[in-house]
Design a protein. Structure first.
Length: 320
């Protein structure tokens, strides 16, 4: 039996049956249904646009003609609601960013950080957002620092992509720093991670990344949550998770989880890992297990995993 992990500290999980896994490499093909079958599975800081007149403004945007304009003013709750524009940070800020439906925006961290306003996701996307971190700075961060409220769908992520939202993460460190944190990235829309990206989570209970619904009955649209990971470094205690209604493709990246549950990936619905034409991702699992694959039902929790060429290493003597 596969234990579905609690999504906040101290909350017990739900049981589900182990699901089928399909592993395909250049030399062999493995199918099976028991848990852990795959133990072997194993802009230059954007033009100097911040003239003295904007010296006190923490970030600026560029309109369609290239002229700089101030980042929208935060409301009394510390929320900044974006319009369609290109933004660049010029200082660290403690505000939460909202990208509404119909808005297409970009944020260049440019080596600076965004830390959430109290009780809010750091970046909340229902429109379309691209995040980058230009230049040689490795300090660009999106930070969530609050504990999860309870299990299931309740909590605040560093990046929350809602139904209908589209997010592309091309740079920066995305992190949840609280020891009782919720997810670092939660996707119910469409998210692509591709670039020099690091994603970490300090919690020993919550998944690092979650694609899809913890409770699939709440997905009234029955639309799939889609996530593609082309590159990046993923670390922390617990998995990158593909949940109910989740469709996940992992073509690259390095995944190293140190938690006692061990696995780098947890799948409940439909996941494809690696490409026969590429080098594939690298997984480092603890306790000898790389992928936990679970089945719930044939609609939202299919438990289908297809694995092509990749690098898999289990940190346990004799593990396979």
């Amino acid at each position: 039996m596969v234990w579905r992990e609690a999504e906040a500290s101290g909350v017990s999980g739900h049981r589900r049956r182990s699901g089928g896994i399909h592993m395909k490499t250049n030399k062999m093909e493995v199918t099976g249904g028991e848990q852990c079958k795959l133990k072997l599975l194993a802009a230059v800081a954007v033009l100097a646009i911040a003239f003295a007149v904007f010296a006190a403004v923490p970030a600026v945007a560029e309109d369609s003609e290239g002229a700089a304009s101030p980042l929208p003013t935060a409301d009394e709750s510390g929320i900044i609601t974006l319009a369609s524009a290109d933004y660049i940070l010029t200082a660290n800020i403690t505000n939460s960013i909202v990208v509404p439906t119909g808005v297409t925006a970009t944020i260049d961290l440019a080596g600076f950080s965004i830390t959430n306003a109290a009780g809010k996701a750091t970046i909340d996307v229902t429109g379309t957002l691209t995040i980058s971190n230009t230049g040689d700075k490795d300090t660009g961060r999106v930070i969530q620092n609050e504990a999860a409220k309870s299990s299931g769908e309740i909590g605040n992520a560093a990046i929350m992509v809602n139904v209908g939202g589209i997010a592309t993460i091309n740079g920066g460190t995305i992190e949840n720093t609280n020891a009782k944190a919720w997810y670092t990235i939660k996707n119910l829309g469409t998210t692509t991670i591709d670039g020099k990206v690091t994603v970490t989570n300090a919690s020993a209970k919550s998944s690092n990344v979650a694609n899809g619904w913890y409770d699939g009955t709440k997905n009234s649209s029955k639309a799939n949550a889609k996530m593609t990971i082309e590159s990046g470094t993923f670390g922390g205690y617990q998995y990158v998770k593909n949940d109910d209604w989740g469709v996940m493709t992992i073509n690259g990246g390095t995944f190293t989880m140190s938690g006692d549950r061990g696995a780098a990936i947890m799948n409940w619905n439909d996941i494809t890992i690696g490409s026969e034409n590429g080098s594939g991702p690298t997984f480092n699992g603890n306790n000898g297990c790389i992928i936990l694959n679970g089945y719930f039902d044939d609609e939202r929790g299919k438990g289908t995993a297809t694995v092509s060429y990749t690098h898999l290493r289990a940190h346990e003597t004799g593990a396979y």
